[in-house]
Design a protein around this ligand. Structure first.
Ligand code: SAH
Ligand code: SF4
Length: 357
């Protein structure tokens, strides 16, 4: 067998090929270098993507010699679970570490035969939202498409069940990591990957307008959620300083264009913060912003972040919001915070793990 051409590092040593990042073309080349028929590339990809193999020994339809060659020359990336919390409602929150030591959170939420996963797109976040634990810590780095995908597969394998939907609402701003996010969505959607329907794959953005427009032009019917949190410019600037330059007026027209292009209904996320964005004038501004649009509003009670000056509103206030929005023809739901007892707000498990270690 001729030796495979590994990627060569500046020091002249061969770096292993990460099968989560290698292209199909390069894998075909590798198979040919190893004297293997081309269909082996497809088999390897199936183990890597659909079956989420953790070792080369699992790849039982490959000849033993090939498995050994692959083990010598390639890696499977791989995430390591460093902490988990299990909620009384069955949700499981994981802290996963990548080979370079960077860690992120993801959550699996089972309910009535479904399994929803919330995954991260970045370790940390640079947007600095005032109410968000992830924002407070800043950005460590963006994740690769494979790292976003692997979180979902980790949850799937842990529950030993099919994942029915994914929301990219963990740590990070997906639209500040657009290409990797889209790559992950496509792999999650692909029948050769996780095979999850595009409409069941949701991206949540704090409102990065140029990328909302780009997303509107993607051919797949992925779902969009926009974190609004206030329809009053001054309040929104204070809560979400990272998107100051994308004004509410421009966000409004961008979403109008998004709806025209896609005929899909965007969701607005609105975390109710007592005395900040739950006042009468804030509610009026929200009604004005939504009236006559296709939007659906998700009202979330703020998850309290330790040491934060913000507190959730009352349940009665959330119900007022639902009623008033209904009067202008806007459907709103009060979303239960799944796993509230396990600090399912983004960033919190990581903070706790850091305190423990
Ligand atoms: N960066 C993206 C996606 C990750 S944040 C975004 O901002 O949309 C996922 C959601 O959690 C967002 O709607 C965000 O505003 C919300 N969020 C952040 N901190 C929160 C908290 N303490 N309580 C409730 N929701 C929070
Ligand atoms: Fe980043 Fe989203 Fe948190 Fe804002 S809410 S800091 S955009 S993760």
């Amino acid at each position: 067998m001729s030796p495979a051409r590994n990627e060569v590092t500046p020091e002249g040593t061969s770096a292993p090929i990460d099968l989560h990042t290698v292209t199909h073309g390069r894998l075909l080349e590798l198979m040919s270098e190893l004297g293997q028929p081309s269909f082996r590339a497809k088999q390897v990809e199936e183990w890597v993507w659909s079956k989420n193999a953790q070792s080369f020994d699992e790849m039982t339809n490959l000849p033993k010699a090939l498995r050994d060659e692959l083990a010598a020359r390639c890696t499977l990336g791989g995430v390591e679970e460093v902490a988990r919390q299990v909620s009384v409602d069955g949700s499981r929150k994981y802290l996963l570490r990548f080979p370079d030591g960077v860690s992120v959170e993801c959550v699996g939420m089972p309910s009535r035969g479904r399994l929803a996963v919330c995954a991260s797109t970045q370790a940390g976040c640079a947007m600095g939202c005032a109410f968000c634990a992830t924002g407070a810590a800043g950005l460590t780095r963006s994740l690769t498409a494979a790292e976003i995908y692997e979180q979902v597969m980790h949850v799937r394998d842990d529950f030993n069940d099919r994942v029915t939907s994914v929301v990219l609402m963990g740590q990070g701003e997906p639209f500040m990591n657009y290409d990797a996010t889209l790559g992950a969505l496509r792999r999650l959607n692909s029948p050769d990957g996780a095979g999850i329907g595009a409409r069941r794959l949701t991206v949540s953005t704090c409102g990065v307008i140029p990328q909302i427009m780009r997303f509107a032009n993607e051919p797949e019917q992925f779902t969009l959620a926009v974190s609004l949190h206030s329809a009053v410019q001054r309040t929104r600037n204070a809560l979400m300083p990272g998107v100051r330059k994308y004004s509410l007026v421009n966000l409004y027209s961008a979403l109008g264009e998004y709806v025209n292009k896609t005929s899909r209904r965007p969701t607005y996320e609105y975390a109710l913060i007592g005395g900040v964005n739950d006042t009468d004038s804030e509610l009026q501004a929200l009604c004005d912003f939504c009236e006559g649009t296709l939007a659906h509003v998700n009202l979330i009670q703020l998850n309290e972040v330790e040491g934060s000056r913000f507190h959730p509103s009352t349940e009665a206030r959330a119900e007022d919001f639902v009623r008033r929005l209904a009067r202008v023809g806007i459907e709103a739901t009060i979303r239960n915070s799944r796993g509230a007892d396990i600090d399912a707000a983004c960033g919190q498990l990581k903070q706790r793990a850091a305190r423990i270690s």
